[in-house]
Design a protein around this ligand. Sequence first.
Ligand code: ATP
Ligand code: MG
Length: 420
Amino acid sequence: MLAPPVFESSDFSRGALHVVEQLQDEGFDAYVVGGAVRDLLLGKRPKDFDVATNATPDQIKQCFRNARIIGRRFQIVHVRVAGEIIEVTTFRRGHDVARSEQDARASQSGRLLRDNVYGSLEEDARRRDLTINALYYDTSSNQFIDQLGGQADVIDRIIRIIGDPAERYREDPVRMLRVVRFAARLQFDLESDTESAIASVRTLLRDIPPARLFDEWLKLFMNGSSAPTFRLLRHYELLAPLMGETASFAIEGEPALELQALALTNTDRRVADGRPVTPAFLLAALYWPAVQACAEQLTASGESPLQAMHSAGQQIVQQACQQLAIPKRFSLAMRDIWDLQPRLERMQQKKIKDHLAHRWFRASFDLRLLREQTHSLGDDCSAFWTDQQKRYPELVGSARARQEERGERPPRRRRRNRDS
Ligand code: ATP
Ligand code: MG
């Protein structure tokens, strides 16, 4: 028997402590749950705190001044406390019976359509995805609840699906991606049934709405562990179901794969250093091998290099979006980054200022550098553009800002929360 851990109040955020206390004062059960408890067991500072309770969303809302019910797949409540947002969920049961014939037909593959039926803490634990995520901690009494062996799995560094893995993947195929995400991020191993079941159900990911896959893509690739995540996705043959066939367009050991790997490690390094990262650059690099191959074909059939790159970009984005709903602002940027590749290569004097001022110049230049590093291209082009950037530093990426100044383009709007 493992001794239950005891955490300090200072291990939790003020918001999390407040939300648990307030719910308990109103007579409800409330626990910090999931990733935060797992991270504390690992000695890490959690990045955010989730709370689980037996209060319903309406009851939760009544306990707090600043609470909002949100949710697409199921209702959750966001409670804002001193600038922090605590996600509060009601204990739920995993299974819901199909309520209409249409639902029944849609769920023939075993996919869960609704999981909004409330339940006990025991049921709530069992409907979660992984043992290491089914941990509860009462911050008032220091009670630790682990009914499914999550603590032992954290210690042994094991990712284990709760229940029958194939069945749980069929209910929600995105769990396969979550398994990979946690394995890569935490450097844990997959328990053998959790691992072996993937092969029989991986194609079900193709039925997941592309918008949900893109949300998951961001979590997989923008969290600082994109390089190991990409390796595991390839290993379990999940890359094509996630990003479409074109993204797996790179053969082991080829320069294309090296280029993808470098883009991923560069992105992870930026995240580790707290520098900004854009999904557009990484997406442009990951789909680059496919775009390049497509553009080469078009050039061979007589199109000019610029036109070929433009059409190839259009085709690849269109193919990718059948699987992954890449938002327009990113796909347009990807295409700009690709379009600039043959243009940079020309090193035309009269275009220097235009190219430097292009909003995506830096990202294009970075892709060019990766291509030179991996495709034995020689570095004349990047040396040329390095000089130009030194010559006109104020121009780099300035076009958009100037257009905004001149009123030719509305100023950038702040992005709205997609859940609102
Ligand atoms: P992170 O540190 O990435 O936030 P997390 O464990 O908190 O990790 P979330 O994606 O925030 O992960 O999800 C919160 C909790 O909800 C998880 O701990 C898990 O128990 C549960 N959960 C999320 N998605 C699923 C799913 N698809 N199936 C079952 N349970 C899920
Ligand atoms: Mg979380």
